[in-house]
Design a protein around this ligand. Structure first.
Ligand code: FAD
Length: 309
């Protein structure tokens, strides 16, 4: 039988549910918990509030799976506008951006070249204003293409960040290959439904793989970014940082906007570098459904809001 998670992740790419959910007031109310607004003007005060509290941000202009080059160019333009708006805030690396290459045309014909061509000016602009770009990782079919674009970008912009998903069987090799001096790698468990041929299935196996990968990153010469809300993984990261003599400025914890904010504040107050992943934009549907799929409590919260309307 299909699990709720599998059903939801399948729905995240189906237009019928998108049409049913988008625009209902209840959905909007629940979405607001995870998304910083539909416009840049709504997202910027969130950036100022979080950074004012000592929490750095990585901003995601929501959008994925574009279907023509015009939409891909619009993604580039949205990120350039975002970086231009960040420049006067003078936050430097405390406000960086995360991009999904599927929003830059990766899945279109000739998509690897197109996505590189369109993301390059975003990375150049980020470098100019003293910050960085991290390439989010999408489903397993995109990993090779994303790592190829990353390698190209890193020639001139070595601080461009990567994301690796512990759930994928290949990731232990990828982690070892990317654990190089200065290399910024966000390690996450993985948000996509993947078959057993490419991914660990059970939670225990994914957690064990995450711990192994984290060990390699924390031991290595790069800049690990611990992308998890899991207290066990955060505690492990803290232990490994102490064991390998890492200074507080040589790694960071990242959590999603709207999730475990008290813990984000606690860690930041204790001297750990913390960064919140802050999505904004009108195209929040895929992001939102992945959050529902990740955690039964998120789904229950949404269903409760629906029935108590
Ligand atoms: P889980 O395994 O979901 O949960 C473990 C434990 O953490 C729970 O038992 C609970 O104790 C605690 N916890 C988790 N969520 C909550 C909550 N809402 N409230 C309270 N406690 C909670 N995935 C990708 O595939 N590609 C990406 O590019 C990507 N980028 C990401 C960026 C960031 C900054 C983060 C944090 C995640 C990203 N993800 C990405 C999603 C990631 O892959 C996981 O799906 C997601 O983080 C859930 O896994 P987890 O490690 O947080 O903990």
């Amino acid at each position: 039988m299909l699990s709720t998670k599998t059903l939801l992740l399948g729905a995240s790419r189906r237009p019928a549910l998108r049409r049913a959910l988008v625009g209902t007031p209840v959905t909007r109310r629940v979405v607001e918990r995870f998304v910083a607004g539909e416009t840049l003007a709504e997202a910027l005060p969130v950036v100022e509030r979080l950074t004012g509290e000592g929490i750095a941000v990585t901003l995601d202009h929501l959008g994925e799976d574009v279907t023509d080059p015009g939409e891909a160019r619009a993604s580039r333009d949205a990120y350039l506008a975002l970086l231009e708006a960040l420049a006067p805030l003078d936050l430097g690396p405390r406000a960086e951006v995360s991009v999904k290459l599927s929003a830059f045309g990766q899945a279109l014909p000739g998509g690897e070249d197109l996505s590189l061509e369109l993301v390059r000016p975003v990375v150049e602009c980020a470098t100019r204003i003293g910050t960085t770009v991290t390439l989010d990782m999408e489903d397993s079919s995109t990993v090779d293409a994303t790592l190829a674009v990353l390698a190209e970008l890193r020639r001139d912009h070595p601080r461009t960040g990567a994301v690796l998903q512990a759930a994928l069987r290949r990731t232990e090799d990828d982690v070892a290959a990317l654990a190089t001096p200065g290399s910024r790698v966000r390690l996450v468990k993985g948000a996509y439904d993947e078959p057993p041929s490419v991914a660990h299935q059970g939670r225990r196996d994914v957690d064990a793989a995450y711990a192994r990968c984290l060990g390699v990153l924390m031991r290595g010469p790069g800049y690990p970014m611990v992308g998890s809300h899991d207290p066990a993984m955060i505690a492990l990261a803290e232990r490994l940082a102490a064991e390998y003599g890492r200074t507080a400025d040589s790694w960071e914890v990242q959590m999603l906007h709207g999730i475990r904010l008290d813990e984000q504040r606690r860690l930041a107050a204790a001297g750990t570098r913390v960064r919140a992943y802050v999505p904004y934009g009108v195209d929040w549907y895929g992001y939102f459904v992945r959050r529902l799929a990740e955690r039964p409590a998120n789904l229950r919260f949404f269903l409760r809001a629906l029935v108590s309307r």
